[in-house]
Ligand binder design. Structure first.
Ligand code: SF4
Length: 325
């Protein structure tokens, strides 16, 4: 198997509050190989967006990366200086954040915003070359050259999001992190934005970490899917396997709750509520909601284990099935 371009090891990110630490990410390990698309899916508060920010080292107080490592092309991004990290952002690792289109400056033309992003990361081109680069980046995201002269308020949501993708790829990053890149867009525009992301990924031979809650979007876009619950990964598998045969009881319920043509008019939700990350249930965090819970589940915390080749799950139901190396 190809060497991972990104390796996250036992990552913990906590938010410190007066009532104690909120353990938003609590011992997460995964890797992404070159040109792979990995999805991280989960309910709100499952920790997936915190992982996206941690990968960029953009966690701000009261949040803190407590421990773990994030190795990007062999460099531990948690160990490098702030200046080194600034250079890694966009050049190696880029984020298309949730609601990124709202971060565009409404009174600055698109051209200037793309050039500013390049300047901020030490890419200083003569005016003519910079303009050519802007036009080429717009073309790569499917926007016409005249968009360079527009202000963001003159663009539709989908066009603004594509401008954000153009900014994210302006220094040809190896890994693109896309955190709910299509939230607040209608279905047709969502599709266009995802096609744009797919195209630029292929053009750059980059890897993508797609963070979101939309299982349909994940099914269409990613190669492997990591399912998050209460700050942890509970299943990581090739996406087709997850849909054909979900292993973790939470993944099974997530998939059963998707609308289907066969069961028109019926809606099956997941019983109970997601736990508070201030006071996680003992043992397996999912045990209060799990239809298969056994006495040991409230005592012993299952670890993420490869139970079949390429299929990782954190659940005591599979304790005897670990793959031996
Ligand atoms: Fe359910 Fe137990 Fe598996 Fe947790 S460890 S998902 S409670 S069966």
């Amino acid at each position: 198997m190809a060497a991972p371009v990104l390796r996250v090891d036992d990552l913990r990110v906590w938010y410190h509050t007066g009532r104690g630490p909120v353990k938003a990410v609590d011992g997460v390990t995964f890797d992404v190989i070159s040109e792979e698309r990995l999805g991280l899916v989960g309910e709100s508060g499952s920790g997936k967006s915190t992982i996206a920010l941690a990968l960029m080292r953009l966690i701000r107080p009261p949040g803190k990366i407590e421990s773990g490592s994030i190795r990007l092309d062999g460099v531990d991004v948690l160990e490098v200086s702030e200046e080194h990290m600034r250079r890694l952002r966009l050049a190696t690792l880029a984020l298309v954040a949730q609601g990124a289109m709202n971060s565009l400056n409404p009174v600055v033309r698109v051209r200037e915003q793309i050039v500013d992003a390049m300047h901020d990361h030490d890419e200083h081109l003569p005016a003519r070359a910079a303009n050519e680069r802007v036009i080429s980046l717009l073309d790569q995201v499917g926007l016409r050259p005249e968009v360079a002269d527009r202000f963001p308020h003159e663009l539709s949501g989908g066009m603004k999001q594509r401008v954000c993708i153009a900014i994210a790829i302006c220094l040809r990053p190896k890994v693109i992190i896309a955190d709910e890149p299509t939230s607040a867009l209608d279905v047709v525009v969502q599709r266009q934005v995802m096609e744009t992301l797919e195209r630029v990924q292929e053009m750059l031979n980059a890897s993508v970490v797609l963070v979101g809650h939309d299982m349909g979007l994940m099914a269409q876009f990613v190669d492997r899917l990591g399912v998050m619950y209460a700050g942890r990964l509970v299943e990581v598998s090739p996406v087709n396997d997850v849909f054909a045969e979900p292993l973790h009881p939470y993944t099974q319920l997530l998939i059963a709750s998707l609308p289907s043509f066969e069961h028109k008019g019926t809606f099956r939700g997941i019983p109970g509520l997601a736990p508070s990350l201030l006071d996680r249930p003992s043992g397996c965090s999912f045990h209060p909601r799990c239809p298969h819970a056994m006495p040991r589940c409230s005592i012993e915390d299952p670890s993420l284990t490869e139970v079949r080749p390429g299929r990782w799950v954190a659940c005591h139901l599979y304790d005897a099935s670990s793959v031996t190396p």
